[in-house]
Design a protein around this ligand. Sequence first.
Ligand code: PLP
Length: 372
Amino acid sequence: MWYIPGEMMNNPYLLLTPGPLSTSATVREAMMKDWCTWDDDYNQGVVQPIRRRLVAMATGEPGYTSVLMQGSGTAGVEAVLGSALPADGKLLVLVNGAYGRRMADIARCLRIPVVTAEVAETEPLSAELLTRELAADPAISHVAFVHCETTTGILNPLPELCAVTKAAGRVLVVDAMSSFGGVPMDVGDLAVDFLISSANKCIQGVPGFSFVIAREAAMYECEGRARSVSLDLFDQWQCMERQGGKWRFTSPTHVVRAFDQALAELEQEGGVQARHRRYQTNQDTLVAGMERLGFRPLVASDWQSPIITVFAAPDSPDYDFKRFYLGLKARGYVIYPGKVSTVDCFRIGTIGEVYQQDVAGLLAAIEDVIFW
Ligand SMILES: *Cc1c(COP(=O)(O)O)cnc(C)c1O
């Protein structure tokens, strides 16, 4: 069966970090062979089915395609922004955390004209803000924002933000890195032009590549626009389309095999809905247990995703994150430092090969380690 408890995974500890995350033993085993990067067994047999399954997972609507890109998730974001914006384009990035800010940084580095609209890190983005910004600046051609802002675990209001962008006739780029595969969405219904995610988040593969799900018509617009050779989204897509799943440059073959296995395990689990329920159970268990131990989540439950949760650091002079972290690590659990700029906090991820029993084990470890 696909369920393997954390302590039997032959790992030194359970990762409660949202990428890389804890993977199943069977996903890791899929990497134990060498695969040729240009052979049909690999391209036609593994890469092409992955591309089709990603599109099928994203939407039932026609006119969508997918492309895989070497590198971490950020490389996928950089490939999309660097390839989608025309020379006379202008990008609006909505920001409520580090990953939104990173998209604006990428645009600046690529000399793409960019404006940002920011809200506090503990607040969700709003359709009103987006409507105002678009009305004020007709030069904006593209809009980008993060769906689940992993800085806080806030789930931004995807349907509202997509509807406003499309009603205003702008091209829509969504960083769904930490939500795609774990939070149900229909990319076609939302009319997303480019959605970016990566191998090592909710699909529970290992790190090494990102993928983009895009409207075919929007992909054709990218021809000749890229600001980088290795991150040219259009060229990579055309190579995969015309040469049966071939990557332009060396592909991370072992990682792709592991991803193929991870997709099979997602299907076995019952698909995105079932995975979402498991993550939600994990997160509910975590928050209830943490509140019992006196911790307070930083984000209002209305906006909280099941992906990752931020807790305020205990209000005690004796508390020290490093000591807390090492105590938990010695007991088999690895958590994440905080990333909210203004508050002392830490984060706990509830995605990956992690089940309610694992969260219960973590809570027992936290109770055991409290030293303040
Ligand atoms: C993980 C993540 C990324 C990409 O991070 P990498 O370290 O480059 O893989 C981008 N955006 C969000 C929202 C993420 O959670």
